[in-house]
Design a protein around this ligand. Structure first.
Ligand SMILES: NC(=O)c1ccc[n+]([C@@H]2O[C@H](COP(=O)([O-])OP(=O)(O)OC[C@H]3O[C@@H](n4cnc5c(N)ncnc54)[C@H](O)[C@@H]3O)[C@@H](O)[C@H]2O)c1
Length: 289
């Protein structure tokens, strides 16, 4: 084992990844298995689970793949009971699922709010309780990582409830860091910005190399490209590992620098400015005549 693997201590740990068969969940689950952790994955997408099965079972670790919707408490109870039977412990929990529809708050209603609250917040309470009960009983600590969003840290027009729930998860992590510190259970969040996935809308992985997409990334992202799954999973692995043994209640912003650049755009010719450059304004005004 190399120096870094030794320091990370992931080999032989048991990791649970909800939503681990697709989108940003699969690179996380795959990298945990690559690092030698045993993995329990649940996902609501049966086809995605079938697609990842050959690769995950080829790693020299134990794996458990289950079709289950995180919003259904009975399904989660059954999933965690099966984890007990298969692995007998839990060291790491990564909660991935999230998202919701786009509409101004005034055009939405309680049914829609409840759907977003269940998909982004309520299930996190449920999986956390399942994992923490086991981690406390084991007495050897643990690491919990919630995938939130840059939207937890800024305004989110037309996705108010989503942003509020991601902010809620962020604050939950801070509070739990205090409640569970004595048990050496660490709780942190990773906050991605634009990572093209099937669920992220607009940008598909296929269109990433187009001139429009590349210009858009150059103008909005200090690192000049949109995120790739491995760029998020590397940070999740760090937080899951002993390398982050003194890190709890905090957020790792995995966004190419967009949280830092809030309000600043790298305009062609003008460079980084936080207003619309005069020549662009002239163009927009004359173009609207
Ligand atoms: N992709 C982005 O650009 C982006 C940006 C910021 C934040 N995020 C956050 O990252 C996380 C992952 O996003 P994503 O783009 O991978 O999409 P996603 O969360 O919809 O999908 C990830 C995986 O979770 C599964 N999943 C979704 N809902 C589920 C449920 N209710 N029960 C079980 N499995 C479920 C999906 O089938 C998929 O395999 C989300 O929390 C999202 O809010 C994503």
């Amino acid at each position: 084992m190399g120096y870094l693997e030794d320091r990370a201590g992931l080999a032989g740990k048991v990791a649970v990844v909800t939503g681990g068969a697709g989108g940003l969940g699969w690179p996380i689950a795959r990298d945990l298995a690559r690092a030698g952790a045993h993995v329990a994955i649940c996902d609501r997408d049966a086809d995605a689970l079938t697609a990842i099965a050959p690769e995950i079972t080829a790693f020299p670790v134990k794996s458990l793949l289950r079709r289950a919707d995180v919003r259904e408490p009975e399904a989660m109870a059954a999933f965690f009971a099966e984890i007990d039977e298969t692995f007998g412990r839990i060291d790491i929990l990564v909660d991935v699922p999230g998202g919701g529809f786009v509409a101004p708050l005034m055009d939405t209603n309680a049914k829609g709010w409840n759907a977003i609250i269940r998909q982004n917040f309520l299930y996190v309470l449920d999986t956390t309780q399942h994992a923490v009960r086991r981690m406390k009983a084991q007495g050897s600590g643990g690491s919990i990582i919630y995938v939130t969003s840059v939207e937890a840290h800024r305004a989110v027009p037309n996705r108010a409830v989503y942003g509020a729930m991601k902010a809620g998860v962020t604050n939950l992590a801070k509070t739990l860091a205090l409640e569970l510190g004595a048990d050496r259970i660490r709780i942190n969040t990773v906050a991605p910005d634009i990572f093209p996935t099937a669920a992220s809308g607009g940008l598909s992985p296929e269109t990433l190399g187009s001139p429009e997409s590349m210009l858009s990334a150059k103008m909005t992202v200090p690192l000049e490209h949109f995120g790739a799954g491995e760029e998020l999973s590397g940070c999740v692995l760090f937080l899951a590992s002993d390398l982050a043994g003194y890190v709890t209640g905090t957020t790792l912003h995995v966004d190419g620098g967009t949280y830092a650049s809030s309000g600043w755009f790298n305009w062609p010719d003008a460079g980084w400015v936080n207003t619309v450059p005069p020549e662009t304004l002239d163009f927009l005004v004359s173009g609207s005549d």
